[in-house]
Design a protein around this ligand. Structure first.
Ligand SMILES: C=C(O[C@@H]1C=C(C(=O)O)C=C[C@H]1O)C(=O)O
Length: 180
């Protein structure tokens, strides 16, 4: 009893993707972008390269603005989302540098090439813009914040995020949902 007919959708358009399935890629990619912060922090550790690099940030923001226009999604919202992504990335870098300063035995032994890490960040940026473009309906919905929180809990668990990366994930996504 109570089983919906299998043909419920067969004569019309396929069911629209749920808010959850629209927002999960955005949250997953945000966590993947944050994972690069560990590499960036290691690349900068013990060098003159500062955590804050406004020139590089401008390049990132300009590139995602252009990608948003190409994808037909709002460039202002996209740039706002990436400003948060960048702040979250720096939060992880600062956290790790503080940890390594307090306990140098935890500092990385190898120094990754920052240019290579930025290529990886560029790839994630492009995917993230596609996830922004693919989540317009979910982001406009009244349920955005609640659904977004559920995706974050899922990603935290799936990727076994520590406290620093969990805090950063929360910092990475507030602009995803419009202020009400
Ligand atoms: C990740 C970096 O560190 C910071 C964070 C950035 C980002 O999240 O894209 C960009 C520049 C820096 O202010 C970097 O220098 O590449």
């Amino acid at each position: 009893a109570g089983v919906a007919p299998a043909s419920a959708h067969s004569t019309s358009a396929p069911p629209a993707p749920s808010s959850y399935s629209q927002l999960l890629p955005l949250t997953t990619l945000s966590a993947e972008r944050l994972a690069t912060a560990d590499l960036v922090a290691a690349a900068k550790w013990g060098t003159d390269s500062p955590i804050d690099d406004p020139a590089r940030e401008q390049i990132v923001l300009e590139s995602v603005r252009r990608l948003a226009l190409e994808a037909g999604t709002d460039p202002k919202t996209t740039v706002a989302i990436f400003r948060d992504q960048i702040e979250a990335n720096k939060l992880v870098q600062r956290g790790l540098h503080a940890l390594w300063t307090a306990d140098p035995s935890k500092a990385p032994a190898e120094r990754p090439d920052l240019t290579e890490v930025r290529k990886e960040i560029n790839r994630i940026n492009a995917e993230l813009v596609r996830a922004v473009a693919g989540s317009e309906r979910a982001r406009a919905a009244w349920s955005c914040r609640g659904v977004l929180a559920v995706t974050a809990v899922h990603v935290r668990h799936e990727k076994q995020l520590d406290q620093l990366h969990t805090r950063a994930l929360v910092r990475a996504v507030p602009s995803v949902c419009p202020a009400r």
